[in-house]
Design a protein around this ligand. Sequence first.
Ligand SMILES: Nc1ncnc2c1ncn2[C@@H]1O[C@H](COP(=O)(O)OP(=O)(O)O)[C@@H](O)[C@H]1O
Ligand SMILES: [Mg+2]
Length: 282
Amino acid sequence: MKAPARLQALMDEGLIDSVSRQLMSGKEASVYVVRCGDETRCAKVYKAATERSFRQAVDYTENRRVKNSRQARAMAKGTRFGREASEAAWQSAEVDALYRLAAAGVRVPRPYNFFEGVLLMELVADAEGDAAPRLNDCEFSAEDARAHHASLLSEVLRMLGAGVVHGDLSEFNILLAADGPVIIDLPQAVDAAGNNHAQRMLLRDVENLRNFFGRFAPELLKTDYGHEIWDLYQRGLLREDSALSGRFERPQAAVDLGGVLREIDDARAEEAARRLRMQQAS
Ligand SMILES: Nc1ncnc2c1ncn2[C@@H]1O[C@H](COP(=O)(O)OP(=O)(O)O)[C@@H](O)[C@H]1O
Ligand SMILES: [Mg+2]
């Protein structure tokens, strides 16, 4: 196909040789299959902020790192320079997250380049080498659903270990590659430790996984891994191989079992003492 204008700059730079086809035009980006030498890659062209949905509102931009305070002030004021800086921060957040997560061993597309608002990355492919389907396009046996759910929870732990909460994890942003699920679409990823919405976002991510795989393995619908994971994370106890139960007792509702048992014992001892006194008295 004829290269769209936004990809022309990458062709001029020699970063891509040709554009094979458009894969998707999603909410926030258009995605193309491109050729680079002998390789097939994927180019994600971000839409301008005005064309995008409101996903990057407050939650996501909070605590986003910017290069300097001039940029931060401009972003807060909403000047043109500020808007461009927010735009760049939003787009490069995905690139940053991809590098961080790949380094942490999370299965994400390998990033190659970020140029003029276009992210060049690995094309996640199925066994035939075609663009991989989204989980939402697939059917699973109960057994496969349980296995994928478990392995994606491990990926969530690994992401948290790298300090990242995806923030939009769902069956629409996970592709089923020949070698298993691959997590994509990260511009809204947040810093787990520095963002007030991180907990809510993590809980929603984990809930989305449960609800999707629960369609194929209904027993998953009873689980509550999100609160358990966040609780361990907050207490600094989360490990990549933490054994999770899928159950969580909220601390405020939790019963101090030891205390209750001690009280029962005390009551028994008192009763025994009372009987003894009565026997001695009679
Ligand atoms: N690296 C990739 N390999 C294969 N397909 C991809 C890749 N990245 C994105 N896609 C396809 O493009 C679609 C939109 O990409 P995504 O990153 O989710 O952007 P959006 O913000 O528009 O949802 C995905 O649902 C997927 O089908
Ligand atoms: Mg998406």
